[in-house]
Ligand binder design. Structure first.
Ligand code: NAD
Ligand code: UDP
Ligand code: UDP
Length: 316
């Protein structure tokens, strides 16, 4: 347990310079906590956290979670891992290492400190799902040897580690399965669908639709998601998750493209490209566990969230 004169909580956020991590840090600082941000800047950017440099309760450490980390904190949020297919497939071996070895190191740290630890897991643990919408008790349909496996299986193994540390060492774990999330501070060249479509639309370039665009995703606005993280972390030790956190409103990728074109007033045309291997055909969270256990549900729907995100991309 870290002690300081104000007896504030000291919270470690790995992957804190990324899209979601930097927002989580903003929220933690806003409520008065101290934050240690650990990041190797693989996909994260200093710009996401530069507004915090003068905050005496914020500390930044360049570090790769694949290496042991000896620090003193009261809680851990483990978010370190590239999330966009383009980035996690760039160095797939490193992606698996980050998920698996990173989880072992952060769990070892939590074990030594006897502190609560949160894991940013993913809807990808369901793979290309045969059960729709996805509930937490669905075991998934994941290819173990495909191009998405480094991420999917890495995250699945991380969940295994979290639950074994929970059973074996009585560690207080909180596992969130995050569904596609978007919002300001996504990197414009991140490669994920929302940032791609908005950037293409704003530049009047072709909108790249992979496959026929009839595959679906359910998009959650980042503020809703972070609210869900904080609520999950506040649950009693008996509640470990896994819990789906996402917005159940499901759209085809084609519908998303049309909406972005309409909202930006773009002259972009649709350009069809081959569907990447193992691209899931449908995805929608069943959030009844989150509703019951966290009293959480998303508030910001796609049109409103896109409005704010489009404005962000216009501003940069
Ligand atoms: P992001 O790429 O913006 O952030 C990931 C951060 O982790 C980056 O700052 C990156 O530099 C850092 N990182 C990567 N490897 C690291 C390592 N070995 N050591 C230290 N830092 C490292 O992605 P994001 O969207 O903010 O995702 C954050 C977490 O949420 C990830 O674990 C991701 O798998 C999970 N997630 C996100 C989504 C989503 O839709 N955004 C969906 C499901 C799960
Ligand atoms: N670890 C760490 N920080 C700590 C404690 C442990 O990074 O404060 C790492 C350590 O390098 C180890 C891993 O976490 O490899 C798992 O720790 P654990 O105690 O569970 O396993 P052990 O050290 O017994 O292999
Ligand atoms: N996609 C697309 N065009 C793009 C980027 C993505 O059609 O420029 C599709 C992709 O094939 C997938 C969906 O949009 O079906 C979501 O892709 P993303 O990479 O954002 O996340 P995923 O849910 O696949 O991890």
């Amino acid at each position: 347990m870290a002690r300081n004169y104000q007896s504030r909580k000291r919270i470690l956020v790995t992957g804190g310079a990324g899209f979601l991590g930097s927002h989580l840090i903003d929220r933690l600082l806003d409520r008065g906590d101290e934050v240690l941000c650990v990041d190797n800047f693989f996909t994260g950017s200093k710009r996401n956290i530069e507004h915090l440099h003068d905050n005496p309760r914020f500390e930044l450490m360049r570090h790769d979670v694949c290496f042991p980390l000896y620090v003193e904190v009261d809680e851990i949020y483990n978010l370190a891992c590239p999330a966009s297919p383009v980035h996690y497939q760039y160095d797939p071996v490193q992606t698996t290492k980050t998920s698996v070895i990173g989880a072992i190191n952060m769990l070892g740290l939590a074990k030594r400190l006897k502190c609560k630890i949160f894991q940013a897991s993913t809807s990808e643990v369901y793979g290309d799902p045969h059960v729709h919408p996805q509930k937490e008790d669905y075991w998934g349909n994941v290819n173990p040897i495909g191009i998405r496996s480094c991420y999917d299986e890495g995250k699945r193994c991380a969940e295994t580690l979290f639950f074994d540390y929970h059973r074996q060492m009585a560690l207080d774990v909180k596992v969130a399965r995050i569904f596609n999330t978007y919002g300001p501070r996504m990197h414009p060249a991140d490669g994920r669908v929302v940032s791609n479509f908005i950037m293409q639309a704003l530049r009047n370039e072709p909108i790249t639709l992979y496959g026929d665009g009839l595959q679906t995703r359910s998009f959650c606005y980042r503020d809703d998601l972070i609210e869900g993280f904080l609520k999950l972390m506040d649950t009693p030790p008996a509640f470990t998750g896994p819990v789906n956190i996402g917005n159940p409103n499901e759209f085809t990728i084609r519908e998303l493209a049309d909406l972005v074109i309409e909202m930006t007033g773009s002259r972009s045309a649709l350009e069809f490209r081959p569907l990447p291997q193992d691209d899931p055909m449908q995805r929608q969270p069943d959030i009844s566990v989150a509703r019951a256990e966290l009293a959480w549900e998303p508030r910001v729907q796609l049109r409103e969230g896109l409005k704010r995100t489009i404005q962000y991309f216009k501003d940069i």
